[in-house]
Write a protein that binds this ligand. Structure first.
Ligand SMILES: *[C@@H]1O[C@H](CO)[C@@H](O)[C@H](O)[C@H]1NC(C)=O
Ligand SMILES: *[C@@H]1O[C@H](CO)[C@@H](O)[C@H](O)[C@H]1NC(C)=O
Ligand SMILES: *[C@@H]1O[C@H](CO)[C@@H](O)[C@H](O)[C@H]1NC(C)=O
Ligand SMILES: *[C@@H]1O[C@H](CO)[C@@H](O)[C@H](O)[C@H]1NC(C)=O
Ligand SMILES: *[C@@H]1O[C@H](CO)[C@@H](O)[C@H](O)[C@H]1NC(C)=O
Ligand SMILES: *[C@@H]1O[C@H](CO)[C@@H](O)[C@H](O)[C@H]1NC(C)=O
Length: 320
């Protein structure tokens, strides 16, 4: 019971300290600046179409400043992958643009900064398969993500949304009845992967929440929202009829674009693909074995823009 008690005490303290102004005011936020991985990269189109920041900026009438890049982890120091990580690439790009006058439109009071990271940090080629820098654990990758808030605050940013990890163990890649696919074709025990992935996502999210609850009261004048992507995706998985609206039978286990490979086949091959087309696509939770569908992205976008404009507190907790 100790962690729960600690969480309750810390939360009570954080709420008490910021009771007058938790979260931005409705209408306050005009700009959305996004960091993260393929779940947020507006140029990567990892959902096969339009990504949530674009929908959210339309829904919420925000100026969009996208920095997220496909394949990213929080830091290549921790999990070295050949992709533009948050700390070694996305933040340096942001600071370079800030320094050369490209971002003068962004005023701290009317700009919100988002981070959705972790999918690659805990996944194949990183923690799940033991490819991290020796000694690195989920504590380090999550603490790195929380440090993004401190780093941005130090540079003047004041409004933040931290999006936690989804239940990755429910994606086709990490589910117990997975199959060889574009992300992994080598021999594996899919049950063990799914069990381990559930440990990583749930423990990582708990660590993030506790660390942010401790950080929030120390950042004077900041608003930090903890967006519970995990619960939102768990609800879409459990009750798809509330979210999915395509013309095929609702499907939370398969994917719009699912490709089956042979064991040990090169992941550079095309695989044998089955594609849902047209309005059938909106019946799926997943676009491929790892990524949410366009309809899932629309749901995320609506919930984020409703949270920012204070129309809903359903999936967000304002820690300050
Ligand atoms: C990554 O490593 C470099 C070199 O040791 C260090 O300067 C930098 O602060 C590290 N970055 C993070 C995010 O830990
Ligand atoms: C500002 O910096 C960014 C990132 O390095 C660069 O892409 C952009 O061209 C620069 N703009 C100006 C006006 O120097
Ligand atoms: C896979 O792992 C599970 C859980 O450890 C175990 O029960 C099962 O026997 C394993 N399957 C194979 C084929 O080794
Ligand atoms: C499903 O709902 C979204 C709004 O969330 C809408 O844009 C889309 O066109 C709908 N899809 C279908 C197939 O009706
Ligand atoms: C879900 O989609 C997959 C394709 O990825 C398909 O094989 C499966 O039969 C579908 N399940 C249902 C319940 O329609
Ligand atoms: C797949 O590769 C592993 C490791 O190289 C090997 O032990 C296994 O026999 C291969 N299986 C098939 C079906 O090729």
């Amino acid at each position: 019971m100790l962690p729960q008690l600690l969480a309750v005490t810390v939360l009570a303290k954080a709420v008490a300290l910021s009771a007058f102004a938790a979260g931005p005011a409705p209408g306050q936020i005009k700009n959305l600046v996004t960091f993260g991985d393929s779940y947020t990269d507006v140029d990567g189109h990892a959902d096969g179409g339009i990504m949530w920041p674009v929908f959210a900026s339309e829904d919420g009438n925000f100026g969009l400043f996208p920095f997220a890049k496909s394949g990213a982890t929080c830091s290549n120091n921790l999990t070295d992958r050949p992709f533009p990580s948050v700390f070694e690439s996305q933040l340096p790009t942001y600071f370079a643009e800030k320094a050369n006058g490209s971002l003068t439109a962004l005023k701290p009071e009317d700009t919100i900064y988002t981070l959705w990271i972790g999918t690659n940090d805990v996944g194949v080629g990183a923690l799940l398969t033991g490819h991290q820098t020796p000694g690195v654990t989920v504590v380090d990758t999550v603490t790195c993500a929380v440090n993004w808030v401190q780093t941005m605050y130090n540079s003047g940013a004041r409004n933040f949304i931290f999006q936690n990890m989804i239940p990755l163990e429910t994606t086709p890649l990490y589910s117990a009845d997975s199959y060889p696919n574009r992300y992994w074709t080598a021999q594996r025990n899919t049950t063990e992967w799914s069990v381990f992935m559930k440990e990583l996502t749930t423990s990582g999210n708990a660590i993030a929440r506790l660390e942010l609850q401790l950080l929030a009261p120390t950042l004077h004048g900041a608003h930090i929202g903890f967006f519970d992507s995990h619960s939102l995706f768990a609800d879409m998985f459990a009750r798809p009829q509330l979210y999915l609206n395509g013309t095929a039978p609702l499907n939370v286990t398969g994917a719009v674009h699912s490709c089956v490979f042979q064991l040990n086949e090169s992941t550079g091959d095309p695989g044998v693909c089955t594609d849902a087309t047209g309005t059938d696509q909106d019946s799926f939770l997943w676009y491929d074995e790892l990524h949410p569908s366009v309809q899932a992205e629309r749901v995320v976008a609506k919930e984020i823009s409703d949270a920012i404009h204070r129309r809903s507190e359903k999936w967000i907790t304002w820690l300050s």
